[in-house]
Write a protein that binds this ligand. Structure first.
Ligand code: ADP
Length: 335
C-alpha cells in the first residue's frame, strides 16, 4: 500500500499539470508542486485543509476523457486542475468487490443445489430414505440462503430508489423470533438458540416480514461469526426508553475491533476476521438491518470486543411498542 502511495506521488510530481487529491470529506490529502506554485502556496500547509475553505469558488467540475477537472477562481483569475476524490475510486472498488461477492454468493448454493439434484436423479434407485432426506434438506437450506441473498439485494435497490413500502401492524416479537430460530436451527445444528422474553413485554409496531428479515440477518450473523456450539441468546424486554421494546442478540464469537464498529453498517462492507474468510456474506446485511430499523422508527446499537477469544457481540434493537397512536403509525408509513 505504502509503495503504491510513493509511486503515485513520484508520477504525479513529474506531471506538468496541477493535481489535487481530496478524501471523502473534501479534505486535501495531496497536492503536487505544480498545483502549489499555481496557487502560490506551501504544499505542507495545504494538507488536511478543507478544499472548500481553500478554494471556495472551486465548485464546478468538468469531465474530459474520463479525467475530472475543477475550475477555480482565485485572485480574480480562473484556473483548472486535475481533481481526484478518493471516494470515487473507492466506489469503483466497492462495486467490483460487490459483483464478485454476489456472483460467488449465487454460484455456491446453486452449484450445491444442482449437484444434489443430479445425484438424486441419477442414483434415485440406489439411495435409501435417509440419504434422500439428507439431500433434500441440503437443497432446502441452500434455497433459503439464496432467498436471503435475493431479499437483501432487493432491499438495497429499494433503499437506493428511496422506496419503502412498509406495512405496519402489531406484532408479537417473541413468536416471530422463535420462527426465525426454527429456520436457523437447521442451518446451524450445533448452536443452541436461547430465546428469553420478560413477562410484560407489549407487541411492537413493525412490518412483519421486514422484522423477520432484520432478525434473520442478526441471528444468522451471530451464529456465522461464532465458534461451534456457541450459544446465541435473544433477550426481549421493555427498554429504558419509554414506549420501546429492546431486543438483544448476543453471541460468544470472534467479536469486532472497536475501530471497525463504525464501518459494519456500511454497504458491502465485510470486516476481515478468520471466520469472514470461511463464511459467505455480501456485506449487505447490517446496512439493510439499520435502514429498516430506522424506517420503523427504531434504533440499533452494538457492543463488541475481541479481547478474549469468545468475547462476542451484542446487537441491541429498539422498536416502538404497538400502543402507538394511529397518527404515529401514519407518520412511520409516510417515511
Ligand atoms: P456479511 O455478514 O454478509 O459479511 P453484514 O453486513 O451482515 O455482512 O456484516 C458486516 C460485517 O460485520 C461482517 O462481515 C462481519 O465482519 C461483521 N459482523 C457482523 N455481525 C457480527 C457478529 N455478530 N460478530 C462478529 N462480527 C460481525
Amino acid at each position: 500500500m505504502k509503495n503504491i502511495e510513493i509511486d503515485f506521488k513520484n508520477i504525479v510530481e513529474k506531471l506538468e499539470s496541477p493535481v489535487l487529491v481530496t478524501d471523502f470529506d473534501n479534505k486535501i490529502i495531496y497536492a503536487n508542486t505544480v498545483f502549489c506554485s499555481l496557487f502560490n502556496t506551501n504544499c505542507e500547509m495545504l494538507l488536511g485543509r478543507s478544499l472548500l475553505d481553500f478554494l471556495p469558488d472551486s465548485q464546478d467540475t468538468v469531465v474530459i476523457k474520463d479525467y475530472t477537472y475543477k475550475i477555480a477562481k482565485y485572485d480574480d483569475e480562473y484556473y483548472s486542475y486535475y481533481y481526484l476524490n478518493v471516494a470515487d475510486s473507492r466506489m469503483e472498488k466497492i462495486y467490483s468487490d460487490f459483483i464478485s461477492t454476489v456472483s460467488h454468493e449465487l454460484r455456491t448454493p446453486l452449484t450445491s443445489i444442482r449437484g444434489f439434484a443430479d445425484t438424486m436423479l441419477m442414483s434415485y434407485d440406489k439411495l435409501d430414505k435417509s440419504q434422500i432426506q439428507k439431500f433434500l434438506t441440503i437443497i432446502k437450506e441452500q434455497s433459503n440462503r439464496l432467498i436471503k441473498l435475493v431479499e437483501n439485494l432487493l432491499s438495497v435497490s429499494k433503499i437506493q430508489v428511496q422506496h419503502s413500502n412498509l406495512v405496519f401492524k402489531s406484532v408479537n416479537a417473541k413468536s416471530q423470533i422463535e420462527q426465525v430460530a426454527d429456520i436457523l436451527k437447521n442451518q446451524y445444528p450445533t448452536h443452541p438458540f436461547d430465546i428469553k422474553c420478560a413477562a410484560d413485554v407489549p407487541n411492537i409496531l413493525v412490518d412483519e416480514s421486514k422484522f423477520q428479515q432484520i432478525m434473520i440477518n442478526l441471528m444468522d450473523n451471530a451464529a456465522k461469526y461464532s465458534y461451534e456450539k456457541g450459544v446465541i441468546s435473544v433477550e426481549i424486554s421493555n427498554s429504558k426508553k419509554e414506549n420501546f421494546v429492546s431486543i438483544k442478540v448476543k453471541d460468544h464469537g470472534v467479536g469486532i475491533e472497536p475501530e471497525n464498529l463504525g464501518r459494519i453498517f456500511e454497504k458491502f462492507t465485510r470486516i476481515e476476521n478468520h471466520l469472514t474468510r470461511k463464511t459467505q456474506g455480501s456485506g449487505l446485511g447490517l446496512y439493510i438491518v439499520k435502514d429498516l430499523i430506522e424506517k420503523m422508527g427504531g434504533q440499533i446499537f452494538v457492543e463488541s470486543s475481541t479481547e478474549l477469544p469468545n468475547s462476542g457481540s451484542v446487537f441491541e434493537v429498539l422498536l416502538p411498542v404497538a400502543s402507538y397512536t394511529s397518527q404515529s403509525k401514519k407518520r412511520l408509513e409516510d417515511r
